[in-house]
Design a protein around this ligand. Structure first.
Ligand code: ZN
Length: 333
């Protein structure tokens, strides 16, 4: 049974994921990328995943059969489990909690060999709709405080399967990283009465130094204090604290900026491993006025090493202004 455990000094929670119990030798990385002959996310293998929770498929096809274009299933080796209780308990001086939550996989396409950066806009829109539908449904569970949608692409970014997919983990805790963003934006709002992210967007649009992609409703930028080379944020231009408030028109605009930004990263860095994380307000409603949802893309080009681990500082060898030039120089199809 997975368990949440709280660090009593940093107030940071970890998940001890016993479902994935490993011995030390399991962590030795294989030298060569083996090419698996079998992929559970391909057409015809639907029965090898847990039964689907949501699928976009023609009305005349049966659940858990081919024909779908986006499919959502529970993670077979979930880091958290919806059948547990969201109950805290003490272990001496320590706090812990049963590993309650939802861990789902969004299979982005039946095509094993494609990539978000290469899909057409319509398919990217469909994936965003799947995110939104799952978000909306899970947000109704009053025990859930935070829903994180994220993607690991490439083995070095933590992906164990090559087939294009993203994930959703919903937990009964607001993560520390998100809480820090909430506190920071609340403080800024406290003395300026403006949203810090709206101000960032305004300033970037005036300066034109760090904009990668832009349309009427969305913008992607290299953040001023980027931690990593080509770290890129995508933000809605309209002040919107929760991802779930996105309109139909905005889904289209988001899909366009997301795909184009990922395409630029794909070309400029030759299909690098990367993670993206969708940071939105907690489902508890905290951050309504001052928080502004956004997607953070982090290409995994540098290793997080001793100084970073020890200090929380990052050493970024590529100024974000330079990164912007590289990404903007990519020729679009
Ligand atoms: Zn805002």
């Amino acid at each position: 049974m997975p368990e949440f455990r709280k660090d009593p000094v940093l107030k940071r929670w970890v998940i001890i994921a016993t479902e994935r119990a490993k011995r030390p030798h399991d962590f030795v990385k294989p030298k060569v990328e083996e090419k698996p002959a079998f992929c559970p996310f391909d057409y015809g293998n639907e029965h090898t995943t847990p039964p689907e929770i949501l699928a976009f498929r023609p009305a005349d096809t049966a659940p858990n059969s081919p024909g779908w274009w986006v499919r959502v299933v529970p993670n077979k080796f979930g880091a958290v489990n919806p059948e547990l209780k969201a109950k805290k308990y003490g272990l001496g001086m320590f706090d812990a909690m049963e590993g309650f939550g939802y861990h789902e996989v969004i299979i982005e396409t039946p095509d094993h060999n494609t990539h978000l950066a290469l899909m057409d806009y319509k398919q990217v829109e469909e994936i965003i709709w799947a995110y939104k539908q799952r978000y909306e449904t899970i947000a109704k569970d009053s025990k859930i405080q935070y829903i994180l949608i994220f993607k690991n692409h490439g083995r070095d970014a933590g992906a164990s399967l090559q087939h294009p997919h993203s994930q959703l983990i919903a937990i009964p805790i607001v993560p520390k990283r998100v809480q820090e963003e909430l506190n920071g934006s609340q403080e800024y709002y406290g003395y300026k009465e403006r949203c810090v992210f709206c101000d960032i967007i305004d300033q970037e649009m005036q300066r034109q130094e760090r904009i990668v992609e832009e349309n009427d409703s969305f913008i992607s930028i290299e953040p001023f204090a980027a931690r990593f080379p080509c770290e890129t944020w995508i933000l809605p231009k309209r002040h919107m604290n929760c991802f779930n408030d996105i309109t139909e028109k905005e889904v289209k605009a988001f899909a366009m900026v997301l795909k184009n930004t990922l395409y630029r990263i794909y070309k400029a860095l030759d299909n690098p491993p990367y993670n993206f994380m969708l940071h939105t307000a907690p489902v508890t409603g905290e951050g309504k006025t001052y928080y502004h949802w956004h997607l953070e893309i982090v290409p995994r080009l540098t290793n997080v090493a001793g100084f970073e681990w020890g200090s929380g500082f990052y050493i970024n060898p590529m100024p974000p202004e330079e990164a912007t030039k590289y990404l903007r120089a990519v020729e679009m199809p």
